[in-house]
Design a binder for this molecule. Sequence first.
Ligand code: SF4
Length: 234
Amino acid sequence: MQSRGDYLAALGIDDWRQRRAMAASVSATPASTAAVAHGAAPGPGVDPESWDAIATEVAACRKCGLCETRTRTVFGVGDRNATWLVVGEAPGAEEDKQGEPFVGRAGGLLNSMLRGIGLARERVFIANVLKCRPPNNRDPAPAEVAQCLPYLERQIALLKPRIMLAVGRIAAQNLLATDTPIGKLRGHVHRFGSAGIPLVVTYHPAYLLRSPTEKRKAWEDVKFARRVAAGTQA
Ligand code: SF4
């Protein structure tokens, strides 16, 4: 079992006590529970705004060209009663294969960031702005976001999270409909949607793996988000 110090070590925070290799990943909900069906529309009598109905719709979605190149849709994973919603950009190669967001090294670092504030991956819900991988990890096109974002909005309407953590520039800018640089979006409490859900911005773990000196800022961001979720940060 990992200590809090291990998670801080993974973030490069210097008040950790031991430097052990971070576990490659923390056990997560199997992808099979994330995408419950492939190609089947919700049957009669099924609430179209239920989790399973939305998952069924996403699994069969062909609303934008990314359906041609994806391996699997990535619906999202985690606790459907979570108070935290983590939102990234889009599936990468590994996510596209596994059908689950934030796997691999970046996912391991995200897990560490959450663990650092006492949150197990299984206790949050994790999703992306896009459900399908853009080829070669290019940035999502505005038309693709326009087609796909309503799925996330429907998930948010069901989840009613207490806090949203937007990880990475693309997620933050699309959720907030802005082109403000991520450095200026950090450190503020934004509001998402008509419900005004508090939203905090941080760096994407894939970026942090490339720029480890920024990990400290990300650690400040998740602690800031924790205070916002707890209602102790205006
Ligand atoms: S990216 Fe979204 S809108 Fe496009 S095909 Fe995938 S699920 Fe549908």
